[in-house]
Design a protein around this ligand. Structure first.
Ligand code: GLU
Length: 379
């Protein structure tokens, strides 16, 4: 990390459940007190701080006596309902000691993915920050279900960071960063300190593991890094195991730093990039890939195959013949009409469909390409 933590303007700090809650003894009060000291001191030096805290389920299951084994969805939701009250209360009373107000924000997937709700959530969080408060954010686990939930707070924190235009996202974890091999069974494994671009090699280093208390393993952290960095937010993974973890990072504790993309996207492109679910996939030919790299729109002529039952305005992924997803965007036609015009010249669209639609299938303003295209490791 080139710069000190305190030199960033707006920082999202994500706290993993296992840092905050011990399965046997419950909340780690001393640790939380030390973290809030760090937050208060960063606020004093002029940073906006947002907290994304896990721990509602872990706290609630202790209180409800649901301590062992894997919980059913309803039990998880009941645990979150009980635990979230304590979690928010602890941040509120803890920050109060430093004269700082906390505001609880519970988000569902739709709040960050649907444009109108996204804008609304953003306005509320922005207002809290303007008023000097610390937003304390979690997923609304009691109502979020199945496919329509984040399930892990790593990706949620990355979405919050890009939504709020943060310049740094810090994931406090039970490990001090990304290793080139799983450190638990590989004594030779070494920490990767600096990640200028997330290559496929980096993605492959992230195993799958998560602990019973926390949802994300390294894999969700790397997805989070992609969401954050492609939208102009740098990201750090560092250990939060010891007291005063932000102070330690400020003083040079070991970590992995993921560089933010240099030319951050417009607000609309940020929103497109952060969409996690797509309704279909289109496979494009070499010529179209070259055109997209040059900043052109995707024309029907360059499309070889369509999959999915999407409507005009839905998000679709864009893939190569080998099935590698290289980007995503908002499609300008329903699946039925799109299937009639693929491979055809734009000038023929009106004749085929009987109306003059857009000449592009996905307009360049409605599309983002992954940095993978510029990544030599993937060539
Ligand atoms: N939202 C969950 C909770 O507060 C945690 C998800 C995660 O561990 O990332 O308990």
């Amino acid at each position: 990390m080139k710069n000190k933590v305190s030199s960033y303007r707006r920082i999202v700090v994500k706290i993993g459940s296992s840092l905050l809650v011990e399965q046997a003894s419950g909340l780690k009060h001393n640790w939380l007190r030390s973290l809030l000291e760090d937050i208060a001191s960063l606020k004093k030096s002029g940073c906006d701080i947002l907290v994304v805290s896990s721990g509602a389920i872990a706290l609630g299951r202790n209180v409800l006596g649901l301590s062992t084994g894997i919980l059913k969805l309803e039990e998880n939701q009941a645990a979150a309902a009980v635990g979230q009250i304590s979690l928010a209360g602890l941040f509120s009373s803890g920050l109060d000691r430093h004269g700082i107000r906390a505001g609880q924000i519970l988000l569902t997937y739709g709040d960050t993915e649907e444009r109108r709700r996204y804008l609304n959530a953003r306005a509320t969080v922005e207002t809290l920050l303007e008023l000097g408060a610390v937003p304390v954010i979690n997923e609304n686990d009691t109502v979020a279900t199945g496919e329509i939930r984040y399930g892990d707070n790593d990706r949620l924190a990355a979405r919050v960071a890009t939504m709020m235009g943060a310049d740094l996202l810090i994931l406090l974890s039970d490990i001090d960063g990304l290793y080139n091999a799983p450190p638990a069974d590989n004594p030779q494994a070494s920490l990767i300190g600096d990640v200028p671009v997330i290559t496929s090699k980096i993605e492959a280093m992230a195993g799958d593991a998560g602990t019973q208390l926390s949802r994300g393993g390294m894999k969700t952290k790397i997805i989070a890094a992609r969401i954050a960095t492609e939208n102009g937010t740098a990201m750090v993974i560092t250990s939060g195991k010891d007291n005063n973890p932000l102070k330690a990072l400020e003083e040079g504790a070991s970590h992995t730093y993921f560089h933010a993309r240099e030319n951050p996207r417009s607000a609309r492109k940020k929103w497109i990039a952060g969409q996690l679910q797509t309704k279909g996939q289109i496979t494009i030919d070499e010529g179209a890939i070259a055109a997209l790299k040059n900043g052109k729109s995707l024309l029907p002529a360059g499309v070889a195959k369509l999959e999915g039952d999407f409507c005009r305005g839905d998000m679709i992924s864009i893939a190569t013949h080998a099935g590698i997803v290289i980007g995503q965007g908002v499609i300008a036609f329903d699946a039925e009409d799109a299937s009639k015009i693929i491979g055809k010249r734009s000038a023929d669209i009106e004749g085929i469909l009987g109306y003059a639609g857009r000449s592009e299938l996905v307009h360049r303003d409605d599309m983002i390409l992954k940095e993978i295209l510029a990544d030599k490791d993937n060539a």
